[in-house]
Design a binder for this molecule. Structure first.
Ligand SMILES: [Fe+2]
Length: 249
């Protein structure tokens, strides 16, 4: 694998075994494949060129309606757990941006709107500087969609969710690959936002970017520029060890 402040909501972080996380991912992935809620697009709301996507009141995530018969194999999506590294360099931090929402739903399938795009799996692991897995951390993932828009105004935002690391520090989201966005003179490279909380305390904020993106800075830190592997069904997968700051916050 590659190695790379505020108040909480009162969420009671609890450890979810990795297998349960994977089953959750598979179940909700089937929901998306079987006809996820549709959404209408609104107008621009910020200086990034991002557009909001309005919530559809017919949306439902009732797990009782799920049919997992055709669900993707979660183990295949997230990959087998990797051996722990012997040397862990803290991952470099990056900005949170304006779209973080601490009330993000607990889920690992993030494309609830069923948007078209390149499926992307982020199979992450959280370690400390001694390479010890960090269990029971809340991990948030959010990004722009394949058209460069953040779903920043919906009650149930697409491509946005939180989960909890298991005993091995693992977490796994399924989302869509974002694209660069913004006006031509200041376009941002495609990126994934991540926040990590221990209890109510935010302990780390960073972003992942994609190697080869034409809008990457021409100099500076490249440790979080990732090259996803492409799975047989075309899904891209990133496996990344997030090493928390040392000393820990
Ligand atoms: Fe962003």
């Amino acid at each position: 694998m590659a190695t790379s402040n505020d108040t909480g909501s009162g969420y009671d972080a609890r450890m979810i075994p990795r297998r349960n996380l994977l089953l959750q991912l598979a179940s909700v992935a089937t929901l998306a494949a079987c006809g996820a809620p549709t959404r209408s697009k609104g107008g621009p709301t910020d200086d990034s060129g991002a557009l909001p996507i309005e919530d559809d009141t017919s949306a439902t995530t009732d797990s009782a309606t799920l049919d997992t018969a055709d669900a993707p194999d979660p183990e295949a999506l997230c990959g087998e757990e990797q051996p722990l590294p012997t040397r862990c360099v803290p991952t470099s931090p990056d900005g949170e941006g304006p779209y973080f929402r601490e009330d993000a739903p607990v889920r690992t399938e993030l494309n609830i709107a069923g948007l078209e795009g390149t499926p992307l799996v982020l199979a992450g692991r959280v370690l400390d500087a001694r390479c010890l897995p960090q269990a029971d951390l809340r991990v948030y993932l959010w990004s722009a969609d394949p058209m460069g828009r953040y779903d920043d105004q919906a009650d149930d935002p697409n491509l946005y969710g939180q989960t909890v690391t298991d005993a091995g520090g693992n977490f796994c989201f399924r989302t869509l690959r974002p694209v660069p966005y913004g006006p031509p003179e200041s376009r941002l490279p495609a990126h994934l936002h991540l926040n990590f909380f221990r209890g109510a305390t935010k302990v780390f904020t960073t972003q992942l970017r994609f190697a080869g993106d034409p809008y990457l800075p021409t100099a500076g830190d490249t440790s979080r520029n990732v090259t996803p592997e492409v799975l047989t069904d075309g899904t891209e997968r990133i496996r990344f060890d997030f090493v928390l700051p040392d000393p820990p916050l």
